[in-house]
Design a protein around this ligand. Sequence first.
Ligand SMILES: Cc1cc2nc3c(=O)[nH]c(=O)nc-3n(C[C@H](O)[C@H](O)[C@H](O)COP(=O)(O)OP(=O)(O)OC[C@H]3O[C@@H](n4cnc5c(N)ncnc54)[C@H](O)[C@@H]3O)c2cc1C
Length: 324
Amino acid sequence: MSQNAVIVCTWGEDQDGLPVGAEEVLHIGRGLAADLGTDLAWLVLGALPSAAPETAGRYGVANLLQVEDAKLESPQPDALVAALAAVAGERSPRALLFHQTQASRAVAPRVAGRLGDAVVMNGVSADLSGECIVVTASAYGGDTRVVYEVSGRCPVIAFIANAVVPEPGDGAAVAAEALSVDLTGVEERVKIVEPARFEGPRLDDAEIIVSGGRGLGSSDNYKLIEQLAAALGGLPGASRPLVDDGWVDSSQQVGLTGRITRPNLYVAIGISGASQHMAGCSAAKTLVAINRDAEAAIFQYAKYGIVGDALELLPELIRAAGAR
Ligand SMILES: Cc1cc2nc3c(=O)[nH]c(=O)nc-3n(C[C@H](O)[C@H](O)[C@H](O)COP(=O)(O)OP(=O)(O)OC[C@H]3O[C@@H](n4cnc5c(N)ncnc54)[C@H](O)[C@@H]3O)c2cc1C
């Protein structure tokens, strides 16, 4: 393996035999490696995801690297940081790329710290300008883009969900190459007592989402959102106040601090259109808004809008959707 590769770093296996977001980051990594005239490598920490060899081939990965160690079986930040820093020290990559998750937020900046290099979080794209990697990142709740020129030797970059639509190509499966790192003495400083479990379909993958906001007035009315979502064959989502007030589970929150979605259809009901909410749904192909305030910001984003009372309109919409 060349000493100068762009390395996509993943762990865990969540979705269709792959870590969530792996294909998106491989897509970005493939483009960046081509711009830099170097190889793309994929470093898997812990168990090899079942679909990794085929997926590596489809994204032009030159080297599929795997570090297996008992401390990476249920990977925790301290072991991940130690393993990543060890591999980076040995292989001198040109960039380390991550999908931004709760877990990688706790890892990527620390790896950059160990390497003495720059870190950019909330990335949406990475290009080349002269010798510099130029990262565009989302900022201020998703309504602003910031462009960083990163001059360091090996920037660490985390990309938010749905930053790109991955485009796999053709290519033969890539065999994994085992790397060994010494994690002796690495102890996790934070112990997980009981991991949170989430089962069922995910908003991130939904084609249709119907979300309710504070305009619904009461938690009882949220069942109308669930009924409309079911009638349309979609999933129910929510704005953050509904999560804060305990009306719905946090897994249903759409937005900057919730799920970043990219459905074909997003129906926002009783939602004002704050930038932090829009960060999670503005990539929808079609956005429909219902709000009783004709001046509500959500109408700036909506392809179709209805100015009216959600509680009057919802039963009609549920009936019409059910009759399809
Ligand atoms: C750091 C940070 C992160 C955040 N992250 C998120 C996030 O991830 N997701 C998120 O959603 N928010 C997030 N927020 C909160 C965000 O700023 C807004 O406060 C929130 O999105 C507002 O929710 P809402 O639109 O449901 O409520 P409101 O802003 O109160 O809007 C309610 C809307 O309902 C309309 N309405 C009222 N009654 C009716 C009716 N009967 N029929 C139709 N319409 C009606 C009103 O006209 C209004 O437009 C974040 C904020 C911060 C500071």
